[in-house]
Ligand binder design. Structure first.
Ligand SMILES: NC(=O)c1ccc[n+]([C@@H]2O[C@H](COP(=O)([O-])OP(=O)(O)OC[C@H]3O[C@@H](n4cnc5c(N)ncnc54)[C@H](O)[C@@H]3O)[C@@H](O)[C@H]2O)c1
Length: 340
């Protein structure tokens, strides 16, 4: 365990932060990782309330906590961003600028910026999209993230600030729920399957996108931030690939284990967003430069997702049953006291 590094995480209460913070605490020690979000996170250890669009608050928190590394997860995701472009821009770009400025002023040595496959637009190669494909996105989310990548490169050049950028695909995990992205369906579908519900899929059956298991995303992020600076050769961001999957591939993987699972395709605006993104990533630069290697494919991830989501459902049912039984017992006791 490396206890010498103090870490600040912004946006810790989202899909990725809820898993990344415990992993960082495992590595650096619970008291060395400050978890911040808009509302005070309900986790033990150091926590803070932080709105990244408030430059003074960002500066004050970084001055107080003196982190060595900042993982800047705060963000507004693609589907939500298309509905509220002003907020998406404020949080995803201006919030990042606030964080970079405060990091520069207060001597933070390394910053992590999670970019996205949404930086690519329809003119990027759809299959095995390389890191250096054109970034002409068609969503506000992608536009702000592409600008963020350029901002990161500028801080690296101008101030020698070690800002590291990964382009995540859709991240799939059982530990937390997604926060309004176009790939949310790939988490929701497993929860629907174990609840024995028909899943209404917002993407068309054949709409393939790059995807990544949460466990791989967390391990890749931590390895990337721990890599020696000379191994990070890219000026923009590294694609972090896992596998390519369309809704029909997830359905096939699920029905192999749950043959009665049912899905209805009801494509909405998210299908249009997905149509502008790559179907698969070329992540060879990350593999070569700092040793990236994902472990999950769609079948092994589906087995894990179904087992873990089913266990969660069973635990919730057991807790509910215990609560109901407790109330029933209290009622019986009350009635008995009244009667006797
Ligand atoms: N989850 C994915 O599949 C995925 C894919 C590509 C990139 N990313 C990026 O990774 C990061 C984390 O993603 P996530 O899935 O955990 O997102 P999420 O939506 O689940 O969580 C984002 C968190 O940011 C917080 N937040 C929003 N506005 C804020 C503000 N003004 N100040 C401080 N915090 C604020 C929210 O409260 C939330 O807890 C984001 O920047 C996102 O763009 C995620």
């Amino acid at each position: 365990m490396d206890r010498k590094i103090r870490v600040l995480v912004t946006g810790c209460d989202g899909q990725i932060g809820r898993v990344l913070v415990p992993a960082l605490r495992e590595r650096h020690g619970e008291m060395e990782v400050v978890a911040s979000d808009l509302r005070e996170p309900e986790v033990s250890g150091p926590v803070a309330t932080l709105d990244v669009t408030d430059a003074d608050a960002v500066r004050a928190l970084i001055a107080r906590e003196k982190p060595d590394h900042v993982y800047h997860l705060a963000g507004v995701l693609s589907a939500v961003g298309e509905r509220d472009p002003g907020r998406a821009w404020q949080v995803n770009l201006n919030g990042f600028l606030n964080v970079l400025e405060a990091c520069r002023e207060h001597g933070v040595s390394r910053v992590f910026f999670p970019s996205t496959i949404a930086v690519y637009g329809p003119d990027a190669a759809s299959e095995a999209t390389p890191d250096d494909a054109p970034t002409r996105p068609t969503t506000v989310y992608g536009i702000a993230k592409a600008a963020g990548e350029n901002l990161a490169a500028w801080y690296r050049r101008r101030f020698n600030l070690d800002v590291r950028v990964l382009r995540y695909p859709g991240v799939i995990g059982w530990e937390s729920l997604p926060g309004g992205g176009t790939t949310d369906y790939a988490v929701e579908i497993y929860h629907a399957a174990v609840a024995n519900e028909t899943y209404r899929c917002p993407l068309s059956a054949e709409r393939a996108l790059p995807m990544l298991a949460m466990a791989d995303a967390i391990r890749g992020t931590i390895d990337f931030m721990a890599a020696p600076a000379e191994q990070i050769r890219q000026s923009t961001g590294y694609n972090l690939g896992g596998f390519s999957g369309a809704p029909q591939d997830f359905v096939a993987a699920i029905t192999r284990l749950m043959p009665t699972f049912n899905v209805q395709y009801q494509p909405d605006h998210r299908d249009q967003i997905a149509a502008s993104w790559p179907a698969g990533l070329d992540d060879s630069a990350a593999r070569q430069d700092w040793g990236w290697a994902p472990q999950f494919d769609i079948d092994s991830l589906s087995e894990e997702m179904l087992a873990q989501c089913a266990a969660q459902l069973a635990a919730r049912a057991a807790a509910l049953a215990a609560e109901v039984a407790g109330r029933r017992y209290d009622n019986v006791e009350r009635l008995q006291r009244k009667a006797g």
